[in-house]
Design a protein around this ligand. Structure first.
Ligand code: SF4
Length: 376
């Protein structure tokens, strides 16, 4: 890391700067005579706000809730079951560490490995390709993630860099359709949106202009340091106070208006958006990526006859669907830190480092949330 970058990070975590913004937030919020609900759609933002205890700095009429921002949590149980089915039938499944322990209908890939299934955790599709080339067995890369991660497998597919013995079990999802679904739901009235920085680096700030234009609420693209997040909340409150529904790019040091054109081109060349399931939510139009016809030879679902008979999308009593949609917080779930813990996760949101239940379980802060929820 260059010394300039280090100083920048120190400034973006500076307590005095954070408290100054908090004081401004308080002043602006006091002038707005209503309760304000702001949603972010990114697991890393939830990590920032919880890890740094930022909710404790917001006034009582301002609440910040997590939306569908964990890419692992929203992979439907059916698709995890597909990976498990392959692993138990002799196909080597390469998966990210976050996906390894997420329960499908009845078990996780980790359980499948214990039962003799072929599963290996990798850091990237590049690692999976290297391993598949040296091993002769049939293999599958479980390709999950939002727009941030999809361009990388797209590049490997486009370059024909996938070995003969390997295919992709594609489970990528798109954040914009999910946010539209939330914004269309009258049960989740929102006053502002904090757009995800990583996704925006690929898609461009312009991807979120529909929030201001169609839903008439402010939207701010934000980075992941505490000052970024505080700035985003402050900007949203100021826009609400002025009665302006605008898109603001707070994260201009990384995100531009149009995004990474090369990455978007690759993604569109290799994948197309199709209707698809989200865990606990159901089918959302054009929200899931599928390999285009030209690349179907890389599609695990084409190569193998994967038959999943019974799907249990969420286990009984798990409130993950409501947590993902911002209708509940983890402490609303009676199993939180009782029947569902980080070492023994019952629902998907307790597994991934981007899952809201997992973040809350690790960093706490529930009393603040309880106090705020009472006031809303
Ligand atoms: S605490 Fe566990 S069971 Fe409850 S919503 Fe979170 S992940 Fe699901």
């Amino acid at each position: 890391m260059k010394s300039g970058d280090f100083l920048k990070i120190l400034l973006l975590r500076d307590k005095k700067v954070i408290l100054d913004i908090a004081s401004d937030i308080e002043k602006v919020a006091a002038k707005i005579d209503k309760k304000i609900k702001i949603m972010h759609v990114c697991g890393t933002h939830e990590h920032t706000v919880t890890y740094y205890g930022l909710r404790s700095l917001f006034p009582d009429n301002v609440s910040v809730i997590a939306g569908p921002g964990c890419p692992v949590c929203v992979v439907p149980a059916r698709e995890i079951d597909e990976a498990i089915e392959l692993a138990l039938n002799g196909v080597k499944v390469y998966t990210y560490g976050d996906m390894y322990r997420v329960p499908g209908s009845h078990k996780s890939l980790a359980d499948a490995k214990t039962e003799g299934g072929k599963v290996q955790v990798v850091y990237s599709i590049g690692d999976a390709i290297k391993l598949a080339k040296t091993e002769n067995n049939e293999s599958v890369f479980f390709s999950v993630g939002f727009e941030t991660t999809a361009p990388i497998p797209a590049a490997h597919v486009n370059d024909g860099n996938i070995p003969e013995n390997m295919t992709l079990l594609v489970s990528h999802r798109l954040t914009v359709p999910a946010l539209k679904y939330v914004l269309d739901d009258p049960e989740i009235p929102l006053d502002g949106v904090i757009a995800p920085g990583h996704v925006s680096a690929i898609m461009g700030a312009s991807a979120w202009s529909f929030v201001a234009e169609d839903y008439k609420i402010p939207v701010v693209v934000a980075g992941f340091e505490p000052v970024d997040f505080m700035m985003a909340v402050d900007i949203i409150l100021r826009l609400i106070y002025k009665g302006e529904a605008r898109l603001v790019n707070e994260y201009s040091r990384v995100v531009n208006w149009n995004g990474n054109l090369e990455a978007k081109k690759l993604m569109n060349k290799v994948f197309k958006a199709v209707d698809g399931e989200w865990r606990g939510i159901g089918v959302l139009p054009e929200s899931v990526l599928s390999l285009r016809e030209k690349y179907k030879r890389y599609d695990a679902r084409e190569r193998y006859d994967i038959e999943i008979k019974e799907v249990l999308d969420l286990p009984p009593g798990c409130k993950c669907a409501d947590v993902i949609l911002g209708k509940a917080v983890p402490t609303d779930c009676p199993m939180f830190l009782k029947a569902c813990t980080r070492s023994r996760p019952y629902g998907p949101c307790m597994v991934s480092s981007e899952g809201t239940c997992s973040i809350w379980a690790k960093y706490g802060g529930y009393s603040i949330i309880r106090r705020k929820r009472k006031s809303l």
